[in-house]
Ligand binder design. Structure first.
Ligand code: 13P
Length: 287
């Protein structure tokens, strides 16, 4: 059964580790992530962007697929199904469809409007026992066609949003989605520290987990980050393993063109990436 992310993140914040949010794109992605979480006895959050939701034929299809897998694969670790960077309308659609967690990304609205809309969604999520993530300060890079520059959040605004009763808070600290450019300035630990000072026990979320050096990940966790989002890195591992399979001509040998064979190296590569991240984040054995 899907669970809210509240309990797993409260425990992570208290235990000084982070739970990974891994974005899903299809059945292979979902299966690889769930099997790895179960094997490592780690809690996990499956992230679904609005674009990926559309690609997978809508939120109801996603809920059906994930619930089916939890049962058929005998998954016992806590799993949250979470809308990633949701619009107000997307958040409502996921609440309706049976997600257990949503992110409402109102970071592009003026702060008053972000507050008003977040407040309304907090009330709905509380009533349904769902977790809700809010964002202050836009995360840079490109996601679903939206490009941002990697702002640093205003800690006072973070406090304002945290006080609305959200479950977890994403604060921009110079992080960006996708690969980091050569001249990236790194995470702003000064901002993170200031945000944590004002928001106390609130689990903080680090987006753009792909390509952040290990020492920065560890420092971010020590400063209150308890959820880390990873998307691009699984895509890169999948693409790399699939390319190698094709380049080696394996699809031309025997029944190597069978999708169950063709997609297997990519699926295994996702498992390896997820394992590596769970070990780095410290969530292994915490289910
Ligand atoms: P990356 O694609 O950079 O790993 O970021 C993922 C993310 O933050 C999803 O919200």
């Amino acid at each position: 059964m899907l669970v809210s992310a509240k309990e797993m993140l409260t425990k992570a914040k208290a235990g000084k580790y982070a739970v990974g949010q891994f974005n899903i794109n299809n059945l292979e992605w979902t299966k690889s992530i769930l099997l790895t979480a179960e094997e490592l006895k780690s809690p996990v959050i499956l992230g679904v962007s609005e674009g990926a939701g559309k690609y997978m034929c809508g939120y109801k299809t996603v809920v059906g697929m994930v619930n089916g897998m939890l049962e058929e694969l005998g998954i016992t670790v806590p799993v949250a199904l979470h809308l990633d960077h949701g619009s107000y309308e997307g958040a409502k659609a996921c609440i309706e469809a049976g997600f257990s967690s949503i992110m409402f990304d109102g970071s592009h609205y003026p702060i008053e409007e972000n507050v008003a809309k977040t407040k309304e969604l907090v009330a709905v999520c509380n009533e349904k026992g769902m977790s809700i993530e809010a964002e202050v300060g836009s995360i840079g890079g490109e996601e679903d066609g939206v490009v941002g520059a990697g702002e640093c959040a205003d800690p006072e605004e973070c406090k304002m949003i945290a006080d609305l009763g959200v479950t977890m808070l994403a604060a921009g600290i110079g992080n960006i989605h996708g690969k980091y450019p050569e001249n990236w300035a790194g995470l702003s630990f000064e901002t993170l520290d200031a945000v944590q000072q004002l928001t106390g026990d609130m689990p903080l979320v680090l987006h753009g987990g792909t390509g952040i050096p290990e020492d920065m990940i560890k420092k971010a966790i020590s400063l209150g980050v308890s959820k880390i989002n990873v998307n691009t890195e699984c895509q890169l591992s999948f693409a790399d393993a699939t390319r190698k399979y094709i380049e080696a001509g394996k699809d031309l040998e025997g029944k190597g063109f069978d999708p169950r064979k063709l997609l297997a190296p990519g699926a295994d590569a996702i498992k390896a990436t997820v394992k590596e991240k769970m070990e780095l984040f410290g969530s292994v054995g915490k289910a």
